[in-house]
Design a binder for this molecule. Sequence first.
Ligand SMILES: C[S@@+](CC[C@H](N)C(=O)[O-])C[C@H]1O[C@@H](n2cnc3c(N)ncnc32)[C@H](O)[C@@H]1O
Length: 250
Amino acid sequence: MTDATGRDAAELDATRAYYDEFSHRYEDKRGGREPDGYHDLIDALEVELVERYAAGADVLEVGCGTGLLLERFARFARSARGVDLSPGMLARARARGLDVAEASATELPFPDASFDVACSFKVLPHVRDITKALAEMTRVVRPGGHVIAEFYNPHSLRALAKRLGPAGAISDQTREDAVFTRFDSPDAVARMAPAGTTMIAARGVRIVTPTAGALKIPVVARLLTRAERALCDTPLRRFAGFYIAIYRRS
Ligand SMILES: C[S@@+](CC[C@H](N)C(=O)[O-])C[C@H]1O[C@@H](n2cnc3c(N)ncnc32)[C@H](O)[C@@H]1O
């Protein structure tokens, strides 16, 4: 029988292997060989949100991957650093000249109160010990600073599409369900506010977009992009596929 520690270590290994493999193709649809408006829209709404809290500040991105977002944070932050589990993803971030290190979200290699903002996008859904990861992000943030944490929302069109459709493939051998993935509702996210923080705001990303493919049709893409931008900070964010909480540290 596998105990919780053995299970967590096995999941971490599986996540690392999955992203090492995915690192070769991760950017194909993100401004790379086959760019699509879907990923660009998601990334833009995430980056703009971080800029609200992190302009001129010290920023850490947990699970920075290839550095696509971190590179953009570095343009408005005073300093921008990243950590990630996957050497394959980190190699690409380093090739961009970014300041990154290999580490797990649940064990950040920084002293207390090192940053003004710790943020994480499309990463925490892969972390079983979410309480520990959020506590670590809070620990490394200075009093008055912010933890910006993105979750996958079960009450969304995106979750419905994932439930109904087959798991996507990242290579001929590996499908998305090879990696642990959790879904947390907006109510659960509010309850998960780490000790010593208050949840002060939230943003929803991908509220009305039914499928990524819809953004390949130019006229539909324009309408959906406009709608997503108009709705992301309204109460309809409760139905977003990607639900981003902003917790302020006391
Ligand atoms: C979907 S990618 C997102 C990368 C980047 N944040 C972005 O938005 O482009 C998820 C990243 O999270 C990393 N990751 C997954 N679990 C992690 C953990 N426990 N600790 C640190 N990084 C983790 C993966 O290696 C991968 O690079």
